[in-house]
Each structure stands twice: as C-alpha cells, then as structure tokens.
Write a protein that binds this ligand. Structure first.
Ligand code: HPA
Ligand code: ZN
Length: 335
C-alpha cells in the first residue's frame, strides 16, 4: 500500500461533509451549557458515554436521531462559526485544499434560529478558511427529506438572498432516504434554480435507497452529482451513464461501515467504479460521528485496497478535482 505520508500530501477535495456532523462530543456538551440547552434524559450525559454510542449505529435513522439532538446545541452565529472553523483547521493539517460543505438550515429554523444566523456563521468560517488556510470553499444547503416539500419551498424562499448573492452556491437533499424518494422534491429544485440559474445541484441517493433513487435524482432533480450512490452498482445501464456523463459519486467509506450499509470498507464497490471509469471522491460525511476525517477515510480505503498504487491514487484525486464545483482557474491550480 502507499504510505500515509503520500496520502496526506495528496491535494484532497471534500464534497460530502455535513458541518453539523463535525460536532465532536467535547464541543457538544460545552455548547449545551453555554446556551442553556437541556439534552433529553435518554441522551448520553457525558463525553465518554456519547463517544461510546458513536462506535456503532444500527442504521441511518439510528444515527440521525442522535445527530438531530446534537444539532440543538447550536444557537448563536458564533456557534456555527466555531463549529465550521474547528473543522477547517483540523482538515487543513490533513492536506485538504478544497471543501464543498453541507448544512441543514431546517434543523435550526425549526427551533427558531434564523437562517441568516446559521448561514452567516458558516459563511464567515468559509471566508476565513479561504484567507488564512488557502482552502477554497462552496457552501451547500440541504433540504431535509423528512420535512414536507411545501415547508421546504418556504425554506428556499427564506434562503433567497443567500442563493442570489452566491453565499449558498449549491442545493442538496439529505436525511432519511428510503421513505422520501427524490420525486417529492422536483418543485423545490425547480424553485431554487429559478432564484439562481447557476445554482449547483446534488442529492443523497443510493445510500439505503435503490439505484432508482439515483436515476430519478438525475432525471427529475437535474442533479450533476450524487452523494453516496453506492447502489448504482446494481444497475449496469446507470453505471455506463455515470461514466459517460462524468457524474461524480461522493463516497464516504467510514460512514458506510458505521451505519452498517456494509460490514467492511473492502465490500464497497470502489474497484468496480474504478474499472468502469466512474468518477468518485472520498469523503467523511459526519466525521465526529463516524470515527474519522478525510485523511482517515483515505487511509481506511488504502488499507482495504492495498494494491492501489500512486497512479491509481493520482486518478482518484484528479477525478475529484475535476468533479468539484470551483471555477476552471481554481481547478487548474489544484491539478
Ligand atoms: N445520509 C443522509 N442524511 C445525512 C447523512 C447521510 O449520510 N449525514 C447527515 N445527514
Ligand atoms: Zn451525507
């Protein structure tokens, strides 16, 4: 296998990172205290207990139940800033050069935290990452698929100023996948695109849902990439299309193991995707919950696919730069 030093030096891009998923237990409890937030009685009450819970989740929903409770401790603009800034400083040391990060405005607006407070806190951290760490960034708002589409339309209206001025440059779709297929959100994607025709589009699909969720996200939501997309492996025609149309899958190996999508990283279809020339990137999803940031995901992958040489890794990194949403000039710098 290649060395950890080699993996660290690669110019890595992250495209699948939920900022709320970077909330480490040792920040969660102090923030709860600072903001006077009482956690539910059944929620672990110490850093140790919470860290133990994070060692394994039953499935996506089991994780989401914890994730949304954790999110409640974020209230003030500085909380959002601190959270994102802690992430950027951590991954700057791991060789991250470009980050396209997700956030869930509805997890906060549903508790009375204004979308402007959330967006400003996160975008200020993005700006500082650019200026002080040289990490280029894109901020992507995700709609929660368990929220009714009419409510999601309201969220898009509330986000209008940030969609218009480019503070938010992308739209995604996350949360419980199977009960909420992509076709429910057609109008939402259309409405957001109407506000800013340059808005970049993605959606979680094919993590627990079938390959049809991937196809429908592409055809009905007009997304240009897919988050996870693992179940694309069961549809040969789709596989050919992903390669032909250069649709990048934003893969998250440690997440898939922690949520028991697979029992080991080696079971994921990375080799098949490489052989089929399907572009993918390697990401951490919710690193505070899944036991690793971007470098740990690269390392886990390298340990599971030890025959990948420098050339193979070079191709993975090149694909992930080319699949990024930064402009051509920045891509040229990164290549
Ligand atoms: N899937 C769906 N929703 C999520 C995820 C995920 O991996 N992470 C945070 N919200
Ligand atoms: Zn995700």
């Amino acid at each position: 296998a290649v060395s950890v030093e080699f993996l660290k030096e690669l110019p890595k891009c992250e495209h699948h990172l939920h900022l709320e998923g970077t909330l480490e237990p040792d920040l969660l409890f102090p923030l709860a205290k600072r903001n006077g937030i009482e956690l539910p009685a059944e929620f672990p009450q110490s850093v140790e207990e919470l860290a133990a819970k994070y060692s394994q989740f039953r499935d996506l929903q089991d994780f989401l139940d914890y994730y949304y409770i954790g999110t409640n401790v974020l209230v003030k603009e500085e909380d959002f800033f601190d959270l994102a800034w802690a992430y950027f400083t951590k991954v700057a040391k791991q060789g991250l050069v470009h980050a396209e990060v997700f956030f869930d405005p509805q997890s906060h607006t549903s508790r009375g935290v204004p979308i402007a407070v959330v967006t400003r806190g996160f975008s200020k951290a993005c700006e500082r990452a650019q200026n002080e760490l040289g990490i280029s960034t894109e901020l992507i708002m995700c709609l929660l698929r368990h929220v009714e589409p009419e409510k999601c339309l309201e969220t898009i209206q509330e986000a209008t100023p940030f969609l218009k001025d480019g503070t938010i440059s992308g739209l995604g779709l996350d949360s419980a996948e199977k009960p909420f297929p992509p076709e429910l959100f057609i109008e939402c994607y259309e409405a957001a695109t109407k506000i800013n025709p340059d808005l970049k589009l993605t959606a979680h699909a094919g993590e627990e849902g079938s390959s049809a969720y991937v196809v429908n996200s592409l055809d009905l939501l007009q997304v240009t990439r897919i988050d996870h997309g693992i179940n694309s492996q069961h549809d040969e025609e789709l596989m050919a299309r992903l390669s032909r149309e250069r649709i990048m899958l934003t893969m998250c190996p440690l997440s898939n193991v922690k949520l028991q999508v697979v029992s080991a990283v080696g079971e994921l279809p990375f080799q098949r995707f490489l052989d089929a020339d399907i572009p993918f990137s390697v990401n951490s999803d919710d690193p505070a919950y899944f036991g690793g940031y971007i470098l740990e995901n690269y390392i886990a992958l390298s340990e599971s696919f030890p025959h990948w040489d420098h050339q193979t890794w070079g191709k993975i990194v090149k694909n992930s730069i080319e699949g990024s949403w930064c402009d051509a000039k920045r891509k040229q710098q990164l290549l």
